[in-house]
Design a protein around this ligand. Sequence first.
Ligand SMILES: [Zn+2]
Length: 158
Amino acid sequence: MFRIGIGHDTHRLVDGRPLILGGVHVCAERGAAGHSDADALSHAIADAILGALSEGDLGVHFPDSDPQWKDVDSLDLLSRVMWLAHERGLSVVNVDATILLEAPAIRPYVQSMRERLAEVLGVDLACVSVKAKTGEGLDAVGQGQAVTAQAAVLMASV
Ligand SMILES: [Zn+2]
């Protein structure tokens, strides 16, 4: 059996916060606002997996009203989502994701992101794709006010 899921996440960029994407600290002027570590890439992938399981979204499983998830490492949330997937007898086949961020250029960080995500998802590096785009100076991403991530995941019975 195969299952497919998509995920989408946006966080506001603000002063005084770190910018973490795919579990990797990106050296940036502004960071992402959020209850957890605000890792939009990990959140989009986790949401895609939950979507493949028809299990709602991250907010259902890890509500931002719960102090337990304050500043939590989102790779930790992702591994909890993977635990749920394994409970359902499903594992990840491959993930394709896109990060939308105006600055800085994140291409130098992409390899580390793929390595960290592949480890948590339990797949080979070749099964994790992370692409980088800007907002071309348009919309909230283009104006440097937000970071967005999109992800698609294919899962299969173990
Ligand atoms: Zn998020």
